[in-house]
Design a protein around this ligand. Structure first.
Ligand SMILES: N[C@@H](CCC(=O)N[C@@H](CS)C(=O)NCC(=O)O)C(=O)O
Length: 120
């Protein structure tokens, strides 16, 4: 009787565990694409990362998930924070390896590491 009242209220104030569907969406995107960018349409750092990839590697397909346009965008961002320790966007993966944000991606381009990770 009490649990019917208290459990929904308790859930309002606690962080819920990652839903399997959220985890699956993230892990599938990362494993099925050579480049995956978790992004937001309003984020200038995300635009810089997307432009870098499209300008310098126009032949490499890039999977972009715009978290601000997805219903479970916040849950995806929380799962990424747990997985990578990074809570900001962009959050970039190349061939299943976590690169980091825009700063790390730009630095990887400058050093040539991005090209070697992309095998181009
Ligand atoms: N130095 C970071 C900056 C990233 C950053 O500050 N991103 C902002 C959006 S532009 C962010 O994630 N803010 C928190 C949020 O949107 O939840 C990078 O190079 O990626």
């Amino acid at each position: 009787m009490f649990s019917r009242i208290l459990t929904p209220a308790y859930r309002l104030f606690t962080t819920s565990a990652t839903q399997p569907s959220t985890m699956k969406l993230v892990e599938s995107a990362i494993s099925e694409n050579s480049v995956t960018i978790f992004s937001k349409t309003t984020c200038p750092f995300c635009s810089a990362t997307k432009s870098l990839l499209s300008d310098k590697f126009p032949n490499v397909p890039v999977k972009v998930l715009e978290l601000d346009l997805l219903e479970d965008g916040s849950a995806i961002q929380s799962y990424l924070a747990q997985k990578t320790g990074q809570s900001t966007v962009p959050n970039v993966f190349i061939n299943s390896r976590h690169i980091g944000g825009n700063d790390s991606t730009q630095a990887a381009y400058q050093s040539g590491r991005l090209s070697s990770m992309l095998k181009v």
